[in-house]
Design a protein around this ligand. Sequence first.
Ligand SMILES: *[C@@H]1O[C@H](CO)[C@@H](O)[C@H](O)[C@H]1NC(C)=O
Ligand SMILES: *[C@@H]1O[C@H](CO)[C@@H](O)[C@H](O)[C@H]1NC(C)=O
Length: 519
Amino acid sequence: MHVNSEFYVLLAVLVAAFSYVASSTCSDSRPNIVLILADDMGWGDLSVYGHPSQEWGRIDQMAAEGMRFTNFYSASSMCSPSRASILTGRVPPRTGVWNANYSSISLFGPMDSTGLPAEELTIAEVLREAGYRTGMVGKWHLGTNQYNSSDGVHLPHHHGFDYVGTSLPFSMTWHCDEHQIHIPKPPPFCFLYRGAELVQQPIDMHHMTESIVEDAVSFIEDNVDRKFFLYLSLTHTHIDLTVTPRFHKSSARGRYGDNVNEMQWVVGTVLDTLQSRHLQENTLVFFVSDNGPDVNICEEGGSPGILRGGKGKTWDGGIRVPAVAYWPCRIQAGHTSKAILSTTDLLPTFAELARKQLPTDITIDGKSMSSVLFDGSATSHEILYFYCADVLMAVRYGNYKIHFRSQSVSPPEYYDDDSTCVNGVPQDFPFLCYDCEGDCVTSHDPPLYFDIENDPGERWPLGENKIPEEVLLRVASLVFEHKKGMVARSAEIGSEPLDPSLQPCCNPPACTCNYPGKI
Ligand SMILES: *[C@@H]1O[C@H](CO)[C@@H](O)[C@H](O)[C@H]1NC(C)=O
Ligand SMILES: *[C@@H]1O[C@H](CO)[C@@H](O)[C@H](O)[C@H]1NC(C)=O
């Protein structure tokens, strides 16, 4: 076929013009990165994920203009291990952030001397090495003090963050519940920090979010001329659900919905700041929840949607989370991805975007999801592993979810039973089964198989004879290799006796303070 040379000239001009336009609006340089984490928000809690009465907001809009994930998993069903995995790209047993007492209740408290081990490489350390300025605002929950009540050995500035704004070392805002809705008498575990300093005790929950937003915005504004990474770790939508006055009764759904609406405002404020500072073209914003909803407290705990179980369990309701990636220049709008991905993928993805090689002597469980984000390909993990402490409970393999052990869900077994919830409030002390072994845990040999694609509620186990032979063999061999290669760190949580002298206390012995200029 004869094509004349003018055609090639025209083509070259078009290509050049197109790449000029592309490079002038969508820079090819390394992006800023904003990671926004929600706390205990379920897979079914946002309007864009199908919640019937939750108001549409900026996160939903961000999903509509970006990429929304339906098979995105957290590496853990609980706060501290989940956060450790997000920051390190490693499953919890490797990080040491798991409970020595074989429980999925893995939370650092004010009397713990331990925290995320200093040797663990975090996203902040990787990006700082790559020349980014790193900032953190909000909930930390990876340890506080080691030797005394104010040494702050485990706080974020020791894990790669140049700037730490208004922050909470613990996830326990429910201890700040002045109305005592979820806890009869609040113990004094309610601390607000700024940097390494305790600035308010107890926290004024009605104004805390404003301080968090102000600090997130000013961190962005202070760094418009350089690359930055912001880790905005929200207190939403964990109980106690106190909101700033303008979101009080803003939702048809009640207090939980008010809290979601406030969170949407926080996210919208951050997006508006990026836009007004002309940073939107060169910033990846990633939103994800740390684990599933606390279904034990009924409607105030959030919704896993059609998934089974919630926080603390390795049923999908505890580990499958809402996730949205937003970068209008590079990510196709309105795309829903079914790729099977994990919070451990964030570190390798961000490292790739920052063009920073990761050290080869560390086992990272995640992998970069750049092909999913930018090419729209559905490159999934072949398998994902889910732990309770250092016990392998379940895996996700293709369309299968496979349980080796499972924890009981509130009797009589299913999420759609409301007998413990009257008017959205628990009637009894909730039935908890957060153990990894013992009475409420069932071992499955052969394992329990679900076709999670067609049975997302994990209701109807399939007999082994229904599973293709090659799937059985492949899963067995992957799990065998994974276990063989697993080098767990010893447990940080519950390994040392609790030490009351480590409890933060401002203005001792009063342990109350409010330093307005510092918040
Ligand atoms: C471990 O669990 C048992 C049973 O629940 C409890 O009695 C014990 O106090 C726990 N130990 C620690 C260190 O948490
Ligand atoms: C706490 O420990 C740090 C570091 O070891 C020390 O600098 C500080 O003075 C100690 N503070 C108190 C109140 O003992």
